[in-house]
Ligand binder design. Structure first.
Ligand SMILES: Nc1nc2c(c(=O)[nH]1)N[C@H]1C(S)=C(S)[C@@H](COP(=O)(O)O)O[C@H]1N2
Ligand SMILES: [Mo]
Length: 319
C-alpha cells in the first residue's frame, strides 16, 4: 500500500495496524516520511500516516513492530489503578497525584557524560522523534495490562547524552518534594525513588521513555511528564516522573532493593518459574479481565531481551 495514497482523515480507526512488520523504527519513520510503500499486509491507522516533526508528540506514529495479541486494557482502569508511593501506598492514588506540579520541570543528564545537560522538559522533548507502541506491563504484584504508550526510545536519550566509555549503568531519579508529595513524608523510605539499568538494557530497543498514553499526555498518576517503561521487567523498574539521568561506572542500589532486598532486586526480569517469596509469579490478573492468565518469560519479550542476560552467571536475574 502506498502510504501517501490516503489522507489520514480518509481512514477508519478499524484499519489500525493488525500485523507485525519487521521494519526497524528508523526505517519505518523514514519510510513514512518519504511516503514509501511498506509492503503487502500492512495497514496503518489514521494517526500513523502523519509524518511527524521532531518534538511533536500527538498524534504519534504507531510503530507496527510493537503489537500485542491481547486486548488493550480499558483506559479508565489503566488511569485509575496505579502504584506511585510518593502519593500513597495503595492503588487509588490518582486524585492525590493531581498535586504533582509538572511545569516548570527541569531534567538533568549528568555523571559520566561528555557534557552535562540541564534543560526544561519541553526543550528536551524537542530533541526526539515520538512514536506510539503497544506494550504489555506486568507488576511484581501479579496484575497486568496492555496499553499504548507515546514517547521515544531511551536509546535516543542515551545517544544525546554521549556517555563516556567507562559508563556502565544509567540511574534514573524521581523528584523529591515532601511538601507536594505526601508519601515522601514517610521518612523511612529512601527518597527520591531511584531505578537503574545497565547501558545495554537502556539501549535495548524496548526501553522507552513515555510521555503519553492513549494518545494524550501521560496523566500525573502515571508519572507525568516523563517516565521509564521497560516491559520485560516487573513494573517497579518503570520509574515515574523522572528529573535526573546519571551515568555511572558502579551499579547503584535501587529504591525497592534498598527497602526489601530479599524480595526485590536490581534485575527484576519477569519469569513465571521464579516465585516471589510471598506469592507465585506463574500467572497474572489482567486488569479488566476475568480470571488469570499465564505469565510469560520476560513478559513475552524473550526474542528482544534474552540475549542481554546470556553471559550473566551468578546474578539473581528474576527478582
Ligand atoms: N517514582 C515512582 N515510580 C514508580 C512507582 C513509585 O511508587 N514511584 N511504582 C512502580 C510500580 S511498583 C509500578 S507497578 C508502576 C505502576 O505504573 P502505573 O501506575 O502507571 O500503572 O510504576 C512504577 N514506578
Ligand atoms: Mo508494581
Amino acid at each position: 500500500m502506498l502510504i501517501k495514497s490516503k489522507k489520514s482523515w480518509e481512514m477508519k480507526e478499524s484499519e489500525a495496524t493488525s500485523e507485525p512488520v519487521f521494519l526497524n523504527r528508523r526505517a519505518l519513520v523514514k519510510a513514512i516520511a518519504a511516503g514509501a510503500a511498506l509492503g503487502p499486509g500492512l495497514t496503518l491507522g489514521p494517526k500513523s500516516l502523519i509524518a511527524r516533526e521532531i518534538g511533536a508528540q500527538f498524534p504519534a506514529v504507531k510503530n507496527p513492530r510493537y503489537r500485542i495479541d491481547r486486548n488493550v486494557t480499558p483506559e479508565k482502569l489503566v488511569t485509575s489503578y496505579n502504584n506511585f508511593y510518593e502519593f500513597g501506598s495503595h492503588k487509588e492514588i490518582a486524585s492525590a497525584a493531581q498535586a504533582l506540579k509538572i511545569r516548570p520541570w527541569r531534567v538533568i543528564i549528568d555523571g559520566l557524560v561528555n557534557k552535562e545537560i540541564e534543560l526544561g522538559v519541553d526543550d528536551l522533548f524537542k530533541k526526539f522523534q515520538f512514536e506510539e507502541r503497544l506494550y504489555r506491563f506486568r507488576c511484581v504484584e501479579a496484575w497486568s495490562m496492555v496499553l499504548p504508550w507515546t514517547g521515544f526510545p531511551l536509546a535516543d536519550l542515551v545517544k544525546l547524552a554521549q556517555p563516556k566509555t567507562q559508563a556502565k549503568f544509567l540511574i534514573m531519579q524521581t523528584f523529591k518534594n515532601p511538601e507536594m508529595a505526601r508519601g515522601q513524608r514517610q521518612f523511612w523510605y529512601p527518597w527520591p525513588y531511584q531505578e537503574a539499568l545497565t547501558l545495554d538494557e537502556a539501549t535495548n530497543e524496548l526501553a522507552f521513555i513515555a510521555t503519553g498514553v492513549f494518545g494524550k499526555s501521560i496523566p500525573k498518576q502515571m508519572g507525568a511528564p516523563l517516565r521509564l517503561v521497560v516491559p520485560w521487567k516487573y513494573g517497579f523498574k518503570s520509574i515515574k516522573s523522572i528529573v535526573r539521568f546519571t551515568f555511572t561506572k558502579k551499579r547503584p542500589k535501587t529504591f525497592w532493593e534498598s527497602v526489601q532486598p530479599r524480595e526485590y532486586g536490581f534485575w527484576a526480569n519477569v519469569n513465571p518459574a521464579v516465585d516471589h517469596p510471598r506469592w507465585s509469579q506463574a500467572t497474572e490478573r489482567p486488569l479488566g479481565g476475568s480470571g488469570r492468565i499465564k505469565t510469560l518469560l520476560y513478559n513475552g519479550y524473550s526474542s528482544e531481551v534474552a540475549g542481554l542476560y546470556s553471559n550473566l552467571k551468578g546474578e539473581d536475574l528474576f527478582k
